[in-house]
Design a protein around this ligand. Structure first.
Ligand code: HEM
Length: 263
């Protein structure tokens, strides 16, 4: 199954151009919805105004080289490993899901644009598509069933669904139905394969059509915020926050009674 290119089979009944147009439409949906979200929340205006204000209290002027070094370090550490989530399961689950999704999307584009014309896709591309989907499922279901704050800290049951869950659920639906579609197509279960294909298309429409209402855009906002935070740290402006206290961090024994997990 890992060698199966499900889009190649689909190209026998649907023109490749239709699949390519679908991908382009999904990319446009991300751009337009994220733009609308920024206009609605005014978060980018706030972000730049805050950065300008903080610059006035900078203690040192960063050279272009130093700025580049800070940005590269942020990309390699904070963003690439989602260091914001600390060490532990939460970070591991996120990294699995994040890289899984990136691989799944890149392989989808490669398969749809290069291997729906009758040419055979190299095994590493089809394997990347399936492994990416599996990693997304692994990280995503782990998060959904065990790590979500509502479940792990607020004692809500895993099946309680709120609007904020739109992103993770649509993402999981895409990966799950994509795998189910490939498996049933590979196993010649024709009826079921069409059912999973339709569910795969619907979940993609929900994932990309729902960008405006979901947490999708965090993948753009979070890196921007991490870069700004580290630049503010390096130039001493610290986002206009007071410097850390020089007294030792002694909070008494009470703080050890329970792990902080009620948000
Ligand atoms: C393809 C890129 C990414 C994908 C697919 C992705 C996926 C996800 C998912 C599914 C969630 C759970 C959402 C929820 O609370 O329901 C999440 C949460 C989160 N993401 Fe991402 N993410 C991506 C990129 C990033 C980046 C680049 C950062 C930071 C630099 C980041 C930081 C976070 C944080 C801090 C949370 C909250 C986690 C928690 O509550 O445990 N994500 N992400």
């Amino acid at each position: 199954m890992f060698k199966n290119n499900p889009f190649a089979d689909l190209a026998l009944v649907l023109p490749a151009a239709a699949m390519q147009l679908f991908v382009i439409a999904m990319i446009l949906l991300i751009i337009v919805s994220t733009g609308l979200d920024m206009i609605h929340k005014k978060n980018v205006i706030y972000f730049f105004r805050n950065a300008k204000k903080a610059k006035k209290s900078a203690k040192t002027e960063l050279s272009a080289g130093k700025k580049t070094a800070v940005i590269l370090k942020t990309v390699a550490h904070d963003i690439a490993t989602t260091s914001e989530l600390g060490l532990g399961k939460r970070r591991l689950a996120h990294v699995l899901g994040m890289y899984g999704t990136i691989l799944f999307w890149i392989a989808s584009v490669a398969l749809i644009f290069n291997y729906t014309d009758g040419s055979i896709a190299p095994t590493y591309v089809t394997v990347t598509w399936h492994v990416g989907a599996l990693m997304t499922c692994l990280g995503g279901y782990w998060f959904w069933f065990f790590l979500r704050v509502d479940v792990s800290a607020e004692a809500h049951p895993w099946y309680r669904i709120i609007t904020a869950d739109l992103f993770v659920l649509a993402l999981l639906a895409c990966a799950t139905f994509g795998l189910a579609w490939s498996y049933t197509q590979f196993s010649d279960l024709v009826g079921l394969s069409y059912l999973f294909l339709i569910l795969y298309i619907i979940s993609n429409l929900i994932l990309f059509g729902g960008v405006y209402w979901s947490k999708f855009a965090h993948m753009f906002y979070k890196p921007g915020a991490a870069i700004q935070k580290n630049l503010a740290e390096a130039d001493g402006s610290r986002d206009n926050l007071p410097p850390p206290a020089d007294a030792p961090e002694q909070f008494g024994l009470g703080i050890k009674r329970e792990q902080p997990k009620h948000y």
